[in-house]
Design a protein around this ligand. Sequence first.
Ligand code: HEM
Length: 497
Amino acid sequence: MAWLPGFVAACVSISISLIVWWIRLPKNLPSGPWTWPLLGSLPNVGISLYRSGLQPHQFMAQLTKHYGKVYSFYLGNQLLVILNSAESVREAFKNQCLADRPKVHIPDRLKGEHGTGEGVVMASGESWSQQRRFTLSTFRSFGVGKRSFQDQISVEVQALCEEISTLEGESFDPRKLLTNAVTNIICTVIIGKRFEYSDKSFHDLLQLYDRQQKAAGSGLADSLIPILRFLKISSKSDEERYQNNQQLGKFYNDILSDHRKAFDPTDLKDYIDVYLDEINKTEDSSSSINPNNLMATIHQLFSAGAGTTITTLRWSLLYMMAYPEIQRRIQREIDDVVGRNRLPDYSDKEHLPYTEATLMEIARIASIAPFGIPHVAAQNTTLFGYNIPEKTIIMSNIWAIHNDPDTWKDPDMFRPERFLDGDRLVKQPDAYLPFSAGRRVCLGENLARMELFLFFSHFLHRFTYKKPQDSPELSFDGVAGAANSPRFYETEAILRE
Ligand code: HEM
């Protein structure tokens, strides 16, 4: 029995630690799954997620049945609040205390030459407002997202349609061609030039982005949540990310040094020129307008601006193949309004409600940014009467909002009419949030809407899309990652008369 006193002492100290842990847990949080000491809800949530076979955004949507539309849980010692209703996203994201981004842990080795700044997407506080204001005003000065910008987009759309027409009805994976075209639009804004599709350096850049996009999905969770990093649950090869970062860093450095050599303050041609000019004019050495943030922002605008649009367009062709009747109805509408003797124009948009409703339905059903981008509480605050402690990560489950049967009748049916009232487009429904809401609402929303409309309307004006014979069944299951992307598929584009 010599062990008894030691055993009792251990039990007492464990009990005291548990009581202290429990007392210290913040109170009046949104309800959520059971929390274990140290691990939080990782074991129960992790096991249920694994067993469900669902994607994380679908699984998190299911949890609303038990805990309501706003719930919370810990992963290790990191508290997360998940917002599954449009009302909660709008309410939370207009709160200045919930507009920051969490600090992302990047292993030193992975900090490529563009890795030290937070740019616009990952910045918080004053640095973020400065970067966002600067980026928005520079975009405005180049007319990005305004009608005058449509010519630049049309150049790319037409180049892409030419490429597709050379395939003469052969089956093809649209991803590569879309990537060429959409990335070229961002290139025009940021570096002031477009690349020919055959250009080797352009091709290398696209490959780097492709790899980076795939690695980003797996890296995001563990760069935010210490316990996932520790357990190495979701991490992909650091080496691959390192190599990628090095190469992207070199690409940006080359572009920047070309811009510095050719810099002329009286002729600012693109975003980089305007940024360099602002750096030169800034006397405040602590300003966030600095070379590190320039590097990070270029990188982020390429990633945020191209991947999202390409993915939406890939879903759009997939749905057109699957719903030939809807495809025909869009083509009839475009033919009636635009005719066969000219190409669709942005000013046609308001006369093409069915086309626009279809694009909205694609953005709803696919929800390509299922969790948006995480926010963090900069200080203690409240949301609907609940306490939200400082450093809580806030995630919007946009997929759950877009697929909520309480809001959308038969949410898993693809039905563009849900956005129409008779022949007229319904005013944007409250529960439609593909670009999120509030202070950090997507900065490229206008550009994205214009790109999506022009690409989609040109595609259907010129071609009809068919599932190639003997190709696998079309699948609408997304591939999990930072973006909800369709699985690999091929299509056939038949030239219309
Ligand atoms: C279909 C296309 C797109 C979708 C669905 C989309 C969606 C989103 C979403 C959900 C967010 C997160 C907002 C939040 O934190 O609450 C976001 C942020 C952002 N998007 Fe987009 N986006 C698209 C296209 C673009 C384009 C074309 C650009 C730029 C050229 C862009 C640039 C950004 C930037 C810079 C942010 C971060 C804003 C900030 O942190 O203040 N996006 N986007």
